[in-house]
Design a protein around this ligand. Structure first.
Ligand code: ADP
Ligand code: MG
Length: 284
């Protein structure tokens, strides 16, 4: 069976205007998401998460490389049909109610009549906006409720894959727990979910696998528990530290769970250096 999403050498540069060069937003991303998986894109702001999603959706054209969705080239109608998308900071017409929003998305994807009405009710219940809540205007919704309404809209055409860009950003803890539970429920229903976050704790108990992006580059990939427990070695180079400063740095590193394995001047350089190993979760 083909993967849900596969990218090869996916790269995006944005021109900054005359003589101002280009921003490298994403560098040669290799990524494969299997069907039925919950996949997390993790990384700080500006690391390329939204760019990667827009390339997979075909909303942006890659500078190089390619992306496939269920075997179809990204951007084609067949590929687009497989994905329901919840963008980062979506714009919703706030004069609509939750139900009207989902109905509107349904009409955009060519649905109508009794089938659409049944789907609206079913989806609002799925995202816990059934009954009275669905009839209220979006203006009265919390950020978490808005995200859930948007998710119901993204689900209207029953896509194989849900792509959610920072679905829990700005949502309070209880609300973001609800969204993560919904992601797990979608997985239980056989959907593939790709979502992004700049916060580790939003991803760790939900995602089967993650990619950690940093400045457009893939730093790590794998099951999160492996990434969190696997120790890694870091080399810390410092110029011209005196004895006191070295002691202070050593204590700082050790306070953060690092084990200083070596300290001293490397063979051919003048800098002092430390080699430390630090559990991933203590590094931020
Ligand atoms: N349309 C654009 N024009 C110029 N630069 C952009 C554009 N979109 C994104 N970038 C830049 O690309 C990099 C990655 O951005 P983005 O994918 O939005 O990161 P993230 O979603 O992880 O916060 C950032 O440096 C950002 O400023
Ligand atoms: Mg983003």
């Amino acid at each position: 069976m083909t993967s849900a999403v596969r990218t090869q050498g996916l790269r995006k540069e944005f021109p900054l205007g005359w003589f101002r060069g280009r921003v490298l937003a994403l560098e040669s991303l290799e990524m494969e998401v299997k069907r039925g998986e919950v996949f997390g894109l993790l990384g700080p702001n500006g690391s390329g998460k939204s760019t990667a999603m827009k390339l997979i959706l075909g909303l942006l054209r890659p500078t190089a490389g390619n992306a496939e969705v269920c075997g179809y080239r990204a951007g084609t109608i067949s590929a687009r049909r497989q994905i329901g998308f919840l963008p980062e900071n979506p714009y919703f017409p706030t004069f609509l109610s939750g139900a009207e929003l989902v109905r509107y998305y349904g009409k955009l994807s060519g649905m109508g009549g009794a089938r659409l009405e049944a789907r609206v009710v079913e989806l609002l219940e799925l995202v816990r906006l059934g009954g009275e809540a669905g009839k209220r205007s979006l203006r009265t919704y919390s950020k978490g409720m808005l995200q859930r309404a948007g998710l119901a809209g993204a689900l209207v055409g029953d896509p194989e894959i849900l792509m959610l860009d920072e679905p829990t950003a700005g949502v309070d803890p209880a609300g973001s727990r609800e969204i993560r539970d919904l992601i797990l429920e979608l997985k239980a229903r056989g959907k593939t979910v790709i979502f992004s976050s700049h916060l580790l704790e939003q991803v760790e108990d939900v995602a089967d696998r993650v990619i950690i992006l940093h400045r457009g580059q893939k730093l790590r990939e794998g099951r999160l528990e492996e990434l969190l427990t696997k120790k890694s070695e870091w080399e810390v180079k410092v110029h011209g530290l005196k004895e006191d400063g070295r002691k202070e740095l050593r204590a700082w590193l050790e306070n953060r769970g690092a084990q200083v394995m070596r300290e001293g001047a490397p063979r051919d350089r003048l800098e002092d250096y430390f080699l430390r190993s630090l559990p991933e979760e203590k590094r931020r």
